[in-house]
Write a protein that binds this ligand. Structure first.
Ligand SMILES: [Fe+2]
Ligand SMILES: [Fe+2]
Length: 161
């Protein structure tokens, strides 16, 4: 991850759009209740999630439906807690002061969400009836050194967007 990439993320924050083809794509994978939860994410997170799903399909055209759904919904646990600035701060703290960051995550809500959104997202996913496999992938999308092939692919796609 470099500074140019971070710059791109800030740019995307202000310019993110969802197009007709994206709506069609979303409606192929999510029912109304699930779409409602998806739409509670800030627009730039919606854009990010759609792009992660497209990347997954680009890298593996025969990706399972459960994996594509997981890609679309992997960050639903974030809700509105992570603005780009807070996310950038969380990434830096985690990288250079990991132990302190973990301690602070008990006090700072955005750090708590940064570390725990996979688990929170998994619970939410269960509530809205996502497939078990998708729930598993959401819960594990930030694991270190994953062995599951789909988790690895999801992480690759997540890192690209
Ligand atoms: Fe995430
Ligand atoms: Fe993500």
């Amino acid at each position: 991850m470099n500074y140019l990439y971070r710059g791109k993320q800030f740019y995307t924050y202000y310019t993110a759009k969802i197009y007709d083809e994206d709506w069609k794509f979303l409606s192929k994978y999510l029912n109304d209740e699930q779409l409602k939860i998806f739409l509670q994410l800030p627009l730039y997170e919606q854009r990010h999630s759609i792009d992660v799903a497209y990347s997954v399909l680009h890298m593996r055209p025969d990706a399972s439906r459960e994996l594509v759904i997981a890609a679309l919904m992997h960050d639903i646990g974030k809700g509105n807690a992570l603005t780009p600035l807070k996310k950038a701060l969380a990434v830096l703290l985690d990288k250079f002061m990991h132990k302190l960051a973990v301690k602070l995550s008990k006090r700072w809500y955005f750090l708590y969400i940064y570390y725990n959104h996979p688990e929170i997202g998994g619970k939410l996913a269960k509530k809205i009836g996502l497939p078990g496999r998708s729930i598993y992938l959401i819960e594990h999308h930030n694991d270190r050194d994953p062995a599951d092939e789909d988790v690895i692919l999801l992480q690759n796609a997540d890192g690209k967007n």
